[in-house]
Structures are given as C-alpha cells and as structure tokens.
Ligand binder design. Structure first.
Ligand code: PLP
Length: 368
C-alpha cells in the first residue's frame, strides 16, 4: 500500500540530527522560551525574509493571535469584517470568528482553487478591515491587483501560510507578502513538528511586540500583564526538531515539485482534471496534489483496491458546517463543486520513483 503520507519515513530521513537535538534539549533542563525557540525564530526570520518570527502553539493560534493583536492595537474591532476564501480549511475562518470578527466568504477560481481576486472588491464594505489569503494546497495566491485593492481600502493582508512554506512570488517568500502570516507545523505540513507547532511572521514592530505578549499571558515583562492574553508557545523540543528540518525544506519542496510534474505530464485519463503546472514553479510547493473527478467515490475505491491511499481536502466547506449554521444557506457553487470533486494523491519528499510510477499507472488504468 502506498500511504498518503509516510510521516515515519519523512522524519527518519533526519533521524540522527533530530535525535541529537532532542537529547540535547532534554538534557538542558530548559523546556520553554529558551535557545531552541530563539534559534528557530531567527532562522525562520532569515528564511522568510520578514523582520520577526514568533513561535506559537499551532497554526490556528498563529492566525488568532494576529487578529487579536490588531484588535488590541485598535486597528480592528469586534464586528469588523475580514474577507476569507470560501474554499479553505475551516481553521482560517475559525481564527476570524473566534475574535468576534465577521468572516466574509469569497468564491475561488476553479483553475487554481484559491480565492478569486476579481471577486474581492464586491464584498468590501465600510466594516472590512482585512483580507485573509490562504495559499491553498501550497500554491501562492497574490498579485499586484490584490495589493492595490488592499491599499485602496486600507485593509491588512493576512496570509494563512499553513500549506505553503517555501513558496515564492517574484522573489518574495510566502509569509512575507502581506502584513502578517500564520504558519502551521502540524506533523503533516511541509515543515512538520513531532506534534503541534506554529509561528507568526511579520515586519510590523508593534504587531510583533503585541503578539509576543498576547501569546505569553499578555505579559511583556515577567508578572506585568498588559493584555488579557493566552498561553500559546512553541515548545523547545518542537523548535529543536523544526530547526533541523528547516535546513532541508527547499530540497524537500523540490522533490515535491518533481513528483507533481510527473503526475501532471504522465497521468493521461480523460476523466481526471489535473492541477496546473506553473511557468514559475517556485510559486507552488505542492503541500497537496489535488485532482478533480465527477466520479470521486469510484476512483477513490479503485485506487484503494490497487494499493494507493488517497484523502479528500476537504469534503465539507466551512459554510456548510454545523459550526456555521448562519452561513449554511449562502450560495457558493464553485466551492461546493470543488468539495464534491477533489481527491488528493500521495505526494511527499520520501516517495520513491517506483511509487510515483505506480500511482500514475493505476490512475491511467482507471475507468473513472
Ligand atoms: C493546518 C492548517 C491550519 C491550522 O493549523 P494547526 O497547526 O493545525 O492549528 C490553518 N489553515 C490551513 C489552511 C491549514 O492547512
């Protein structure tokens, strides 16, 4: 069986270095807010090109903290609206509503599954304060038009960069395109920890200071609390692992690109819609390789029977979830179509060429 994602193999690729770092951290007796987090933050800052990186507990917290900090700074207030793609993982939307802000959903472009930038301006109201872009599946969504819309309406651009670490647009890394970005180091992400982890990157001095305090009980100085904060920190142990893996993220992403290119060029099945290969391959890090088919269940079963594990990202869109009953009647036909047709193939830096070929052959022999 070709696993959708072989996490054991992914981490064992760096076994010796990771074990040494873990042992070192374990023996150091210092487990929170120490050198490992500091080193990782410095290296992530350098890698992304931002002025700051702040380790936090997970990707959802990273996004929550960015918006909460804008509220504390008086740039946003409860009831304000944030534009967000209708086609995303629910965490993007949760970060907004959790802060008492109102998510305003925008349809995706069927060709790239990301927010349709041409549909954003129609949704802007006097209450709109930000646009959360999500580089879904690892593909950057950004343009000069988007920048101009944000500038014209005085909106913050927040990047949900959970899926696209390492991607670049015109030489700028994702996470450094907007005003602030949230990263997830959930084990299955391109840069994955051995548990939960996340980070915020930004070049905004005030925002960085506020987020650092908010994530540490609202304290900017021991036992001095200026905000009603939360506890959302990146562990030293996780930072130690992430610091090892960050060194290899470009190599890992390049391997993902090789596999994606083979899938796109070699899968020849008229019932399968493949993702676009970009002229500038750097804009995509292929966190997920997502195909579409109108007969998804049949194809998924066939793949399973032939030893290829697949997953669906995602089966139910946020606006159709019980968590957002107030949005259940909203109409997002492109989002609904995507959710009913997508299927994610195995892709990871540790897949062998034989495995890639097997996936291609099984797809080419499928009748649906
Ligand atoms: C994984 C993910 C998140 C949340 O990250 P966690 O670390 O799991 O909290 C947010 N947004 C997107 C698009 C994601 O894929």
């Amino acid at each position: 069986m070709i696993k959708f994602l072989d996490l054991q193999k992914i981490n064992l690729a760096y076994q010796q270095e990771i074990e040494e770092k873990l042992l070192h951290t374990f023996r150091s007796g210092w487990y929170l807010l120490g050198n490992e987090v500091k080193n990782f933050e410095d290296n992530l800052t350098r890698y992304i090109g931002s002025k700051y990186a702040i380790g936090v507990a997970n990707g959802l917290d990273a996004l929550r903290l960015i918006l909460r900090a804008y509220i504390e700074l008086g740039i946003m207030q409860k009831g304000d609206e944030i534009i967000v793609p209708a086609n995303t993982y629910i965490a993007s939307v949760l970060a907004i509503s959790d802060n008492g802000l109102v998510p305003v959903l925008v349809e995706p472009d069927l060709n790239n599954y990301n927010i349709d930038i041409t549909k954003i301006e129609d949704k802007i109201s006097p209450k709109t304060k930000g646009i959360m872009i999500v580089h879904l599946y690892g593909r950057i969504i950004f343009s000069d038009d988007l920048k101009n819309i944000a500038a014209k309406h005085n909106l913050k651009i927040i990047e949900d960069n959970a899926q696209a670490i390492g991607a670049e647009w015109k030489g700028i890394r994702s996470g450094n395109l907007g005003d602030a970005a949230g990263f997830s180091f959930y084990p299955g992400k391109n840069l994955g920890a051995l548990g939960d982890g996340g980070a915020v990157t930004t070049s905004d001095d005030e925002l960085a200071k506020t987020i650092r305090a908010l994530a540490n009980y609202g304290s900017n100085q021991k036992y001095i609390n200026i905000y009603q904060g939360l506890n959302s920190r990146l562990d030293e142990l996780q930072a130690a692992v992430l610091d090892v893996k960050l060194k290899y993220i470009d190599t890992d992403n390049d391997r993902r690109r090789e596999i994606a290119e083979r899938y796109v060029l070699e899968v020849k099945n008229p019932n399968i819609i493949l993702p676009e290969l970009l002229d500038n391959g750097k804009e995509h890090v292929w966190h997920l390789f997502v195909i579409r088919t109108s007969e998804r269940e049949k194809l998924q079963n066939y793949l399973t029977e032939n030893g290829v594990q697949t997953l669906i990202h995602y089966p139910i869109p946020p606006h159709k979830q019980g968590a957002y009953r107030e949005m259940n009647e909203l109409h997002f036909p492109i989002t609904d179509k995507i959710h009913s047709e997508v299927l994610s193939l195995p892709i990871s830096p540790v897949m062998s060429n034989e495995e890639v070929l097997k996936v291609i052959n099984v797809l080419n022999s499928a009748q649906s």
